[in-house]
Write a protein that binds this ligand. Structure first.
Ligand code: ATP
Length: 298
């Protein structure tokens, strides 16, 4: 018997970052949108103990030890229910690794849901979300999907209404960017300046609720973008190539280095993807749309 869970990637349509707190974390106003790039995590009983395997183009960059968020999720659930995490977790990975699309968080949420179903723990949804928040700031959103505003470190979620489908192109870059390194660069770049309190943009929330791509394009913002561009200046070329190809707006996805391009329609996204792909400014491109549901048993 095994359980497979499909889980989406995310893009931050707004990522407002406050000053570093005494504990080193930053307060965020983080508007997440789940998009149709997926990992699948399959949980199978493993009498020999916890084991993680991974397949997919980026599989060699995924740790298979206990630092893998899927393994940590299984251990956290097992500890809470007083059992041993005797499970084999296989990750079929399609979300870029260290790409600013919350791939590790997605696997954590998926493994939690898969083990919960396999072990029939009877955990409530709020309990599962509590474990998600302990695993990492982006994990609760991977479980919930759709669109949501994250506050605190990003882990306190308010689900958002979305009035339509938004079409996106994602440009994948060579190599990853470390999220902590991007936050450190943010701190360096903003040192001595007054960093304002992070608040969700009312215009952006209205654009989402209306499903209005043009209005959303005018309000997309990522406070980590200057830091990501500072660490990876070549991303500016990718952003410019996508905008020149007809995207409504371009931004770095989360901490990067994946870049995201909002398009007017599915057809427009195909066209932007083709031009971006030929531009030589990225490793590969993906066309997709959102919002999509969070972690789901298949
Ligand atoms: P975020 O958008 O949440 O900041 P990210 O998409 O930039 O994250 P991830 O793909 O989650 O980055 O990977 C970040 C690091 O986490 C990897 O370099 C890897 O060492 C580690 N990691 C742990 N578990 C996983 C996993 N299941 N898949 C990928 N990376 C993982």
């Amino acid at each position: 018997m095994s359980v497979t869970v499909r889980v989406p990637a995310k893009v931050n349509v707004q990522l407002a970052v406050g000053a570093a707190r005494p504990d080193g974390f930053h307060d965020l106003a983080n508007v997440f949108l789940a998009v149709g790039l997926y990992d699948e995590v399959t949980a199978t009983p493993s009498p020999g103990g916890l084991r993680v395997t991974c397949s997919g183009p980026d599989a060699d960059q995924v740790p298979l030890d206990r630092t893998n968020l899927a393994a940590r999720a299984a251990e956290a659930l097992a500890a809470r229910y007083g059992r041993t995490p005797d499970v084999h977790l296989h990750i079929a990975k399609d979300i870029p690794v260290a790409g600013g699309m919350a791939g590790g968080s997605a696997d954590g949420a998926a493994a939690l849901l898969a083990c919960d179903a396999l072990w029939q723990t009877g955990a409530s949804r709020p309990e599962l979300l509590e474990i998600c928040a302990e695993l990492g700031s982006d994990v609760p959103f991977s479980m919930v999907g759709g669109a949501a505003l994250g506050t605190g470190r990003g882990e306190m979620l308010t689900e958002l209404e979305v009035g339509g489908t938004f079409h996106w192109v994602f440009a994948l870059a060579d190599g990853g960017l470390s999220t902590p390194a991007v936050f450190r660069e943010f701190d360096r770049l903003t040192e001595g300046t007054d960093v304002s309190e992070p608040v969700a943009s009312p215009e952006l929330l209205t654009a989402l609720a209306k499903g209005d791509a043009h209005a959303l394009a005018a309000t997309l913002v990522n406070d980590l973008q200057p830091a990501a561009l500072s660490l990876r200046p070549s991303l500016a070329d990718t952003l410019a190539a996508g905008t020149a190809a007809g995207a409504l707006a371009a931004l770095v996805s989360g901490s990067g280095p994946t870049t995201a391009f909002l398009c007017e329609s599915a057809a427009a996204a195909e066209k932007v993807a083709k031009t971006l792909s030929a531009s030589g400014t990225c490793r590969s491109v993906r066309v997709t749309a959102g919002p999509v549901p969070g972690a789901t048993i298949v």
